[in-house]
Every structure is written in structure tokens, then in C-alpha cells.
Design a protein around this ligand. Structure first.
Ligand SMILES: Cc1cc2nc3c(=O)[nH]c(=O)nc-3n(C[C@H](O)[C@H](O)[C@H](O)COP(=O)(O)OP(=O)(O)OC[C@H]3O[C@@H](n4cnc5c(N)ncnc54)[C@H](O)[C@@H]3O)c2cc1C
Length: 481
């Protein structure tokens, strides 16, 4: 890439304040939440609207320069990891809430809008935006769309994909199109969760959800994870669908206490946070049942939030857990695997064995209701070989998830972190089929290359490209990209 020429062109398009080439400032953008992988971007650009994004993408396409979109950079799989030979397109200046349409229960926002700001804006109307990643105070809606992000309350309300009605997208050839849920192939569904590999979203129409009549939250403490897991199965088995069921183990409780002093019951081997919301009469009846089921599963202390302040305190420990682990370990990998809920006790016991066997500490925080594990694999990055050992344990945990019929990611995406694990879940034909979809959007392979897939893409002049592996290609019924 001719940095000087590209920067000059971008300065014409965006003004000097929209272009960063200073090496010190560029370093701000060298990683996302997965700090283990770093690369200093060639140029950073800060467009202010969709037209500018399209112009940047057209420049990159003409020059054959790769580019990566970035929202707030909180991603945990390295999706926004920049390219040293490329352009990083940061959406932080695209933060306008363009429309609030209460009659149709929707809002239109720019991609850099912070998740929680949507709820703040519509709360006076009695609404909120349901998907609530724990990073919601800082992550962007554009990043949420790319990762199909979840959160504690997605057990009842569904993921980002269930709350996005349309996306305006700049395609890799620089065209601005709108994807919605109209007739024909579900291109909106294809785009959501594609981790920024199919284009850049510049406007998002989100569904608004009515605030529930009432919310009730409890914290139940158990001696062991097994007992907590049994309570989860009992609650779901009883037909109760809580808004959230979250679980933390002793190590993550220790970290949260050290960081935010959330005052969880001392000596707990596990805590469960259960939240119910909805019509008052229904919540009241189900809440009593949940309390009873927790006691029957062995909870030695149950705290019920009396008001919003007490509720916030219960959630503080959970929502700060990832960052809090920094208090008890210099470095850590946040893993994100999925298992069937019923496999929780076996998988947690195996993770414990792996941890003991390797000497690598693992803290567990997870969305217990939907079997989405977040093992935090701790290591000292100053110790030679410690990072590799942590990576190895991390990979073994993902293998466990697959063995139990689960998945290598629930909500954080594949990014660079887990692309090598894709072959454990998918066959060559599966992967090539996915790559054909990707190439249909981005035949030149410039849009967030190197993410998601373990192999070079079929399209473009990629060294080592595998040819003819897809049966349609091999049989001559489809063209090689
Ligand atoms: C403390 C903490 C807690 C977290 N908790 C959760 C959680 O509960 N649930 C959850 O799902 N995730 C969670 N995450 C992960 C992360 O916050 C989410 O993945 C979030 O959606 C990323 O948003 P972002 O704006 O930071 O995106 P970035 O990290 O900037 O980017 C993420 C991906 O989106 C792409 N992208 C960004 N903007 C666009 C755009 N406009 N168009 C196309 N592609 C784009 C990037 O290329 C990249 O691939 C957590 C992270 C942290 C640090």
C-alpha cells in the first residue's frame, strides 16, 4: 500500500481530522479485546457518514488494499484486528440516533452508536433495546450486528439477529444497499454475524422492546458448581423461562470481589443470578418457584433484590467479571463455547480436570440458561511458554464443547482467535460453501481478510488457494472463484 498516496486521498475525502497516520496514535488501534493478537494498522480513517464509508471502500478496492471495520474495539475474538498493509475504518464518529419510531417499535441508528445509548434514548417512551452484552456501556451496535452479539437477557429475548430489522450496507464494491427481511434469500440474516467480512453496515434499524411491568432478581449461593448446575436444570425443567440465569464459580467470584466489592455470600463455590420479568402476577408466582428450586438444589443463601439499587449490585459482580479477572491474573483468554445445558456438570468437571492437570487456572462465568460457557483461562504473560499453555487449554475446552454436541463460539465470534478450530466443527465442503457465500459478496477478498476461515479463500489470487474442492466446482456445475 502506498500509505502517503492513500492518506492524501482520504484527507481530501474526510478532512485531516478523519485520517490517522501518526505511528503513536495508530497504536491505539492495534488490537481489540483479544490483546494477545496485535498489528498496527497502515492507516486509520474515521468517516462521518455512509457516503464517506463508500468512498473509502471504493479507494481500497481500486488500489487492492485490504480494510477492516472497527466499532468500539471490545470484540474478544480479534475480529477488528487491523492489517499492517491495510486501512482500519473506525465508526466512532457515526454515533447519531437517526429516528425513534415508537408507533412501529423501531429505531434507526448509525453503527457507532453505543448499545446502552439506544435503551437510554427510548426508556422515557417505556421501551428498551433488548440485546445486552456485558460490554453494553461501550460496545457499538455495528459491532453487535457483526458478531450477532448476545447477553445475559438473550435467553428469553434472543440475540442481535432477532432485534435487527434492516441494515444499510456498503458492499465491497463500494455500493450502498439496504438488506431487510423482504422476500427472497435472507441476506440480512447472512450479513448479521458475518464478522464484518461481507461489507460495512452504516445504518441499522433495530426493534424496540416494551419495558416489562415488573422485574425480580435473586442471587443464590451454592457450595459447588454441580449444585448450581442442578438448580439451572430444575428451573428450566419446570418450564420457567427466566430473562436471565447466570452462573459464576469461586475463582470468578474472588476476582469480582477484589474488583468491585459486590458482597456475594462468603465461601460460595458458585453463585447463580436469576432474573424474571414480565406481568407482575406471573413473575411473582414463578419467582417463588425459582426460590424453592434453588433451595431444593442446595442453595445455602438466597438474596432477593428489594429495589433497583440492590439489583444493580447483584449484576455488578457478574457484569464486571471479565475485567475483574485482571485483578487476580496478569493476562487471560476469554473463551466462548456452547454446550447443551444438560452437559454442564460433566463439562465443568472436565474443565476442572484440565485445569488441575495443566496447572493453568480457569475461572468460569457463564450464561447458564443457554449453555454458553465463558471459561477465563489465566496466565502470566511474563512467563515463557505460559501463553502457549493457556492457548492449549483453551483449545481443549473448545474440543470438549464440540464432543458434547456444542459449538466453538456462542456470541464472541470466530475472528482470528478461533479460525483454526473451524475445521474441528466443519468439513472442507462446509467451509468451502461458506467461502463461496463470502466470495459472492467480496470476490477480491479485501473485506476483513484472514478472519473466520482457516484456509485461504477460494476467490482472488490468494497464494495456496485450494481449487476444485467443492463438489459443485469439481463437477463443473459452478465456477471456481
Ligand atoms: C468486558 C466485555 C464483556 C463482553 N460481554 C459480551 C457479552 O455479554 N455478549 C457478547 O456477545 N459479547 C460480549 N463481549 C464482546 C464484544 O463486546 C461484542 O462482540 C461487541 O459486539 C463488539 O462490539 P464493538 O463495537 O466493540 O466491535 P469491534 O470489536 O470494534 O468489532 C467487532 C467485529 O465487528 C466488525 N465491525 C464493527 N463495526 C462494523 C460495521 N459497522 N460493519 C461491519 N462490521 C463491523 C469488526 O470488523 C469486527 O469483526 C464483551 C466484551 C468485553 C470486553
Amino acid at each position: 500500500m502506498d500509505v502517503a498516496a492513500m492518506a492524501a486521498r482520504f484527507t481530501e475525502l474526510l478532512g485531516a481530522e478523519g485520517v490517522i497516520t501518526d505511528p503513536v496514535r495508530l497504536r491505539t488501534y492495534e488490537c481489540d479485546g483479544l490483546t494477545y493478537h496485535r498489528a498496527t494498522p497502515g492507516i486509520v480513517v474515521l468517516p462521518g457518514d455512509a457516503g464517506q464509508v463508500a468512498a473509502i471502500v471504493r479507494e481500497c478496492a481500486a488500489a487492492g488494499v485490504p480494510y477492516v471495520a472497527r466499532g468500539s474495539g471490545t470484540g474478544l475474538s480479534g475480529g477488528a484486528l487491523p492489517r499492517t498493509d491495510g486501512v482500519l475504518i473506525v465508526t466512532s464518529r457515526m454515533r447519531r440516533i437517526l429516528e425513534i419510531d415508537i408507533a412501529n417499535e423501531r429505531a434507526v441508528v448509525e453503527p457507532g452508536v453505543i448499545n446502552l445509548d439506544v435503551s437510554r434514548a427510548v426508556r422515557p417512551h417505556g421501551y428498551y433495546y433488548a440485546p445486552d452484552p456485558s460490554s453494553q456501556q461501550i460496545c457499538s451496535i455495528g459491532g453487535n450486528v457483526a458478531e450477532n452479539s448476545g447477553g445475559a437477557h438473550c435467553l428469553k429475548y434472543g440475540f442481535t439477529a432477532h432485534h435487527v430489522l434492516a441494515c444499510e450496507v456498503v458492499t465491497p464494491d463500494g455500493e450502498i444497499v439496504t438488506l431487510d427481511d423482504g422476500p427472497g434469500y435472507d441476506l440480512l440474516g447472512t450479513f448479521i454475524g458475518a464478522e464484518g467480512t461481507l461489507g460495512i453496515t452504516t445504518k441499522i434499524t433495530v426493534r424496540l422492546t416494551r419495558l416489562p411491568e415488573t422485574v425480580q432478581t435473586l442471587l443464590a449461593a451454592f457450595d459447588s458448581m454441580e449444585a448450581g448446575g442442578a438448580a439451572v436444570s430444575a428451573i428450566i425443567g419446570a418450564g420457567v423461562v427466566p430473562a436471565a440465569i447466570e452462573m459464576m464459580d469461586a475463582l470468578s467470584i474472588e476476582a469480582a470481589e477484589a474488583s468491585v466489592q459486590c458482597g456475594y455470600p462468603p465461601g460460595a463455590g458458585a453463585v447463580l443470578i436469576v432474573e424474571l420479568d414480565g406481568p407482575a402476577a406471573e413473575v411473582e408466582e414463578q419467582f417463588e418457584e425459582v426460590e424453592r428450586l434453588c433451595r431444593e438444589a442446595g442453595s445455602f443463601e438466597i438474596r432477593i433484590a428489594a429495589d433497583d439499587t440492590a439489583r444493580a449490585l447483584i449484576w455488578t459482580g457478574r457484569k464486571s467479571a471479565f475485567a475483574a479477572v485482571g485483578r487476580i491474573s496478569p493476562a487471560y483468554i476469554v473463551q466462548d463455547g456452547v454446550i447443551p445445558r444438560t452437559a454442564l456438570p460433566q463439562v465443568l468437571a472436565r474443565i476442572d480436570e484440565l485445569s488441575r492437570g495443566s496447572g493453568v487456572r480457569v475461572a468460569n462465568v457463564f450464561h447458564a440458561g443457554d449453555g454458553n460457557l465463558h471459561p477465563l483461562v489465566l496466565f502470566d504473560d511474563g512467563e515463557p511458554g505460559a501463553g502457549e499453555r493457556a492457548e492449549a487449554v483453551s483449545g481443549q475446552i473448545l474440543d470438549l464443547c464440540i464432543e458434547h454436541g456444542g459449538s466453538i463460539t456462542g456470541e464472541h465470534g470466530v475472528g482470528v482467535d478461533k479460525s483454526r478450530h473451524m475445521t474441528r466443527m466443519f468439513t472442507d465442503v462446509d467451509l468451502d460453501t461458506m467461502q463461496m457465500v463470502r466470495c459472492a459478496f467480496d470476490p477480491a477478498g479485501l473485506c476483513n481478510p484472514g478472519k473466520v476461515f482457516p484456509t485461504p479463500r477460494l476467490c482472488g489470487e490468494v497464494p495456496g488457494v485450494r481449487k476444485g474442492v467443492h463438489p459443485l466446482v469439481a463437477s463443473g456445475q459452478a465456477e471456481q472463484f
